[in-house]
Design a protein around this ligand. Sequence first.
Ligand code: LLP
Length: 418
Amino acid sequence: MTGIRYHQGKLHSDGVPLAALGEGLGTPLYVYSADAILERYGRLEKAFARLEPGIRYAVKANSNRAILRLLRHRGAGFDLVSGGELERALQAGGDPSNFVFAGVGKQDWEIQKALHAQVGIFNIESEGEIDRIEFHAQKTGRKTQVALRLNPDVDARTHEYISTGKEENKFGIPLSQASPLVDRIHRSAQLELVSYHVHLGSLLLDPGPFLEAAGRVMAFMDADEAHRRGVRTYDTGGGFGIRGNFEEPLALDELAEGFEELLLPRGLRLLLEPGRYLVGNAGCLLTRVLERKQRKTKDFLIVDASMSELIRPALYDAVHEIVPLREGLEPLEKPVDVVGPVCESADFLGKDRKLPALERGAFLAVLTAGAYGFSMASRYNTRTLPAEVLTRGDHALLIRRRETLEHIFQNEVEEEWK
Ligand code: LLP
């Protein structure tokens, strides 16, 4: 039994009943299935096998070091966007030659740290960054491998906040401006162009945009010998979409076939930066009912998780399935909004849901919360960050203790102004 599923009528994470975790560790609680993460890793490896894929897990999706360790033992490298994420990946024992260091605005200390760690590839996003990486790289006495992040102006057909590959987005370098930057890198004694990088956005449900973007980059490479000189990989970024807990909307085989047609004749390997695909459906947010408020057309179910722990519904109108821990209970006729205790009307986890009658103290699981859940959590309303648990088979491991109020106050100074 793998993932967040009902087993003998009770919701489990792998072989562990969620109710036992909630009772023992309290709520709100993030629970992740290691078995599901590894299973999905295997699916990606298999689908893209002919392209000798380099899987660079996008750490931003869920950056707990226990998850990074799990993935690096399975062979993953990491896609990193900050010095903090780099530090996590290093602490998790990752091999820096399998890291890509990305990010639209890299600070000098971050560039220096990444050079010092000898990360595999810098994904460059602007001309100024070429100068700065070159400047810092001079001191290392080594050649630094770089990729250009291209903006292919392809519509990812996703929520506008997570679309990144259109001309009007801040990311990457438009194809029309890339040629002089390629020449600039070739002229550098410090830098070596080894890859092109594209990331169109997150939650893509169809292979079309991925392949359209790759096609445009291949045309750019074909247009000029200088554009392909030294280039060994094509990095398609992340964005592999998921839907409900058990659905597989993106046709990976079709996507892989399309990449094979484009990359194999050109002798290119594929790099992938999946985040959500690996961890999204492998996790849930466990919460407990605090109160029910009855209104004319619907009720409010007030739970102890909120937009502070899971901001995706408030920020992107994301729909996360919310289920009780016991299977097969009859839902009530009247719909409910599942809302948190935070002082905002945007603080909802789900709207107009059909749920059974639930008493105060009953557990609910917000599904598909393994990606961009904890990693985007905040302390808004002075709420402590929740605990996180990883399961594998019948075992559960606490991978983050619940924060305490002392943690929150520790960096606040005690000075008093009268
Ligand atoms: N590579 C790059 C360069 C990225 O910017 C991202 C995500 C990824 C890979 C991983 O994308 P994924 O495979 O997870 O879709 N907070 C939003 C998602 C933001 C994604 C940002 N970049 C959400 O909760 O939907």
